[in-house]
Design a protein around this ligand. Sequence first.
Ligand code: HEC
Ligand code: HEC
Ligand code: HEC
Ligand code: HEC
Length: 386
Amino acid sequence: MRMKPIHLALALLLSACGGDNAPEEKGPPPEPAANVQTGQKLAAEVCAACHGEQGISQQEGTPHLAGQHAAYLRSALHKYKAGQRQSEAMAGIVEKLSDQDIIDVAAYYAGLPPFDGDRNPAKADGVPAVANPIEQGQQAAAACGGCHGADGHSAMAGTPHLAALSQDYLAKAIHAYKDGSRQHQIMAGMVASLDDKTIGQIAAYYASLPLKGTGKADKGDAAQGKVKSEACAGCHGADGNPGDPKNNPALSAQDAQYLASAIRAYKDGSRKNEVMPGIVANLSDADIDNLAAYFTGQERAAPPPVARPMGAKEWAERCDRCHGPNGTSQVARQFPRLAGQRMEYLQQALHQYHEGKRKHSTMERMVFPITDAEIEAVAAWYSRQK
Ligand code: HEC
Ligand code: HEC
Ligand code: HEC
Ligand code: HEC
């Protein structure tokens, strides 16, 4: 028999989903014969205490089971039983369940009406917007603009431009001032009260700004500096735009006086570093001015782009591909329903995949790049769908 295009597309989708999902090339196998009444009895005696009378859980961290696919419920129970999925609450329960118990109880819960969302305790408050770290960084950097310029382009000779340095280098530099491994009295005071999150946001902000134009040096010979700069090119790039800007800062278009003073600080030992002091040890005063004149005259290339966070709906578009429109799970039986599920349970499950505590190659890949704020938003989104 020829496959209809839609079945073919589904088969391709399923086979692309990774090793955990057996590709169902010949269509799903028939549901095993179940005794729903036995399942109901077992549910009332054992499961209802946590999962609720009708499979609607009132307990934090305990998922609703009503209306979930029987195939998914069976697979989840077998995973607990085999120790592939860890849960203290479920471990003791599944130990006593036979394969037939699992078939019966899964069929019972699958036949119950799913949570309608109206009684969702989390429904009242809206889906949180995912804050943009760049915007938050801009606010947190208000106090830095006086010296480093409102756009990260400093107007004070001797003070570095921060625009278009890489996010990682900026964060590292701020941490170094904070923990004293890079000594500078003014900067130490400026960053003393910043927490890790804010440092990350400020770094994202400056890294997202372009550094336009080039600098001018009032001393030094750029042509001679270019000759000397061959020793620097391996790390900082021939034109001061490094191949690995995370670790090696860009020097192009940087303030000339700052470049010279930074090199002198490595030379006299007041700025500590494993590589730089050895490299600049034999540079003369004239060499240093020449190098600064050369690098300040080069144009800055854009650093690696700063990751833009995605909102709940944008994420959900990726997830609905398997979990069905709005998480209502109409695609295939092994993709669990997410619509109306308890928010904190969804959040917890996503964190477990993210940290590798709940093993599933497809889901681990899906949530690999997700941030905590995005997990919260997408969990809130699905918990509010009917
Ligand atoms: C002591 C409380 C408790 C009892 C009793 C209990 N469960 Fe659970 N169950 C939980 C908790 C908590 C979780 C979430 C665990 C996790 O994060 O993996 C869970 C998860 C599950 C899941 C996974 C659902 C999903 O969406 O992945 C299934 C299926 C399940 N339980 C079925 C049952 C069945 C069937 C029974 C009765 C035979 C039962 N449970 C009894 C607390 C309980
Ligand atoms: C009073 C002026 C002043 C203020 C305000 C100021 N800075 Fe600085 N900043 C400096 C000077 C001067 C240096 C060069 C210090 C050195 O030689 O190590 C510097 C260096 C830096 C560097 C290192 C750049 C590089 O290329 O290695 C970073 C990053 C930085 N500042 C971030 C900040 C942040 C973030 C704030 C606001 C919280 C801030 N600064 C506020 C004067 C200031
Ligand atoms: C082996 C790699 C390597 C080479 C070669 C190298 N650098 Fe560096 N350079 C670094 C690293 C790493 C840093 C950041 C160190 C830190 O955090 O203090 C740095 C920092 C600097 C800074 C400070 C920039 C800032 O924004 O604060 C200047 C200026 C500098 N290098 C100039 C030079 C010059 C000039 C040469 C050639 C004579 C050179 N470097 C060669 C790796 C290198
Ligand atoms: C390629 C198919 C696919 C995509 C895309 C996908 N999932 Fe899944 N998802 C699955 C499968 C299969 C499972 C069951 C895994 C297991 O048994 O642990 C699952 C399980 C889950 C669970 C656990 C449900 C429960 O009841 O315990 C959550 C939560 C979840 N996915 C959320 C998401 C989110 C959010 C996205 C989008 C970022 C997403 N999924 C994208 C296939 C997918």
